[in-house]
Design a protein around this ligand. Structure first.
Ligand code: IYR
Length: 328
């Protein structure tokens, strides 16, 4: 796979395509980053952007993981002490998950976000940004209903992180896109380059196929899950025999989360996937890529129950190193 393919595979969007092409032409030594609010344990949402970081490392990039302790604090995720403690544990889980340790720099937000220069630049961005714009940028990130001043500061700090960390590419889920667009608009006002960004898709809730899979609601997979937990969650997952399910009766869009997890979590990390089946049901199936598995589910060649069995197996393999690390 060439650098451009590695960088863009499974991305929902890149901003802009021309800027990504320039990075793909000469990726060696370029730096990409994702920021994470430290939370208890790595879950499938973190793992989606982590997969992209692994792709980028393979393409020649260096990677920074920002453990965004100050951002978590501003987003009301607990006391600063608690958040700091969690951040330390998360680092080890990312390595266990498969990030290349020799080429991953872990940075705590509080290591540079409390410096004088950063604070003054932040105030300059505050002067450039309306409250309404900051609030819009946070629509899919903020916790709680009422808007606090901290939530207006948050996206401006996220914008400022990009030049302060010296990165060439900002990576995040689609829920981060409005922050990155805000960054493109405001950073030039303090003589900084508008950043290039890449956004990963949102995956639907495993149980219902609706909305987005998240750690706070519905069913998700985390590194704390035992093999049995994974099996029972995947067994109960919504998996019609199609990649394009009908909306619910009241018009809510649905996805097939079992297929999405195969596409975005399993195939990027394994060269091939074997679905084990007894001889009487046709014997094992082997897939070298996602499209063939999707086609077989749609044609009826692959039964949803067999697809789920394989999904639980491969998710367990992805999670096992982190689970062992957590048990230490
Ligand atoms: N907004 C992210 C956390 C975050 C991301 C980046 I990229 C930063 O520079 C700072 C914080 C979240 O929702 O988890």
């Amino acid at each position: 796979m060439d650098a451009h393919e590695l960088i863009t595979r499974n991305a929902a969007e890149v901003v802009t395509e021309a800027e990504i092409e320039a990075l793909a032409d000469d990726p060696e030594g370029k730096r990409a980053y994702v920021g994470y609010e430290p939370s208890g344990v790595l879950h499938i949402g973190h793992m989606l952007t982590a997969n992209k970081l692994i792709d980028l490392q393979e393409a020649g990039f260096e990677v920074t993981v920002l453990l965004a302790d100050v951002h978590a604090y501003l987003n009301d995720k607990g006391s600063f002490e608690e958040i700091r403690h969690t951040a330390e544990r998360m680092r080890d889980q990312f390595i266990a998950y498969g990030l290349d340790e020799s080429n991953t720099q872990f940075v705590l937000g509080s290591d540079f976000q409390l410096d004088d220069d950063y604070t003054l630049d932040l105030h300059a961005l505050e002067l450039e940004t309306t409250l309404a714009r900051a609030e819009r940028a946070m629509a899919e990130i903020s916790s709680g209903d009422s808007v606090k001043v901290s939530q207006a500061v948050y996206p401006l700090m996220q914008a400022l992180d990009i030049p302060y960390l010296g990165v060439d590419l900002a990576v995040g889920g689609m829920e981060q896109r409005k922050v990155h667009m805000l960054a493109r608009d405001v950073l030039p006002s303090i003589d900084r380059e508008p950043p290039t960004s890449l956004h990963t898709p949102l995956i639907a809730d495993l149980g219902t196929g609706r909305g987005k899979m998240s750690s706070s609601e519905g069913v998700t997979i985390s590194m704390e899950d035992s093999r049995d937990d994974i099996e029972s969650k995947v067994n109960d997952a919504y998996c019609p025999p199609t990649a394009d399910p009908e909306p619910t009766e009241d018009g809510v869009e649905r996805e097939n989360p079992v297929l999405q997890v195969f596409e975005y979590h399993v195939f990027p990390r394994f060269d091939s996937v074997v679905v084990e089946r007894p001889e009487e049901y046709g014997g094992d199936l082997e897939y070298d890529g996602y499209d063939d598995l999707e086609a077989d589910l749609e044609s009826g060649e692959l039964h949803p129950a067999d697809a789920k069995g394989a999904l639980a197996e491969y998710l367990d393999r992805l999670i096992a190193p982190g689970r062992e690390q957590l048990a230490e």
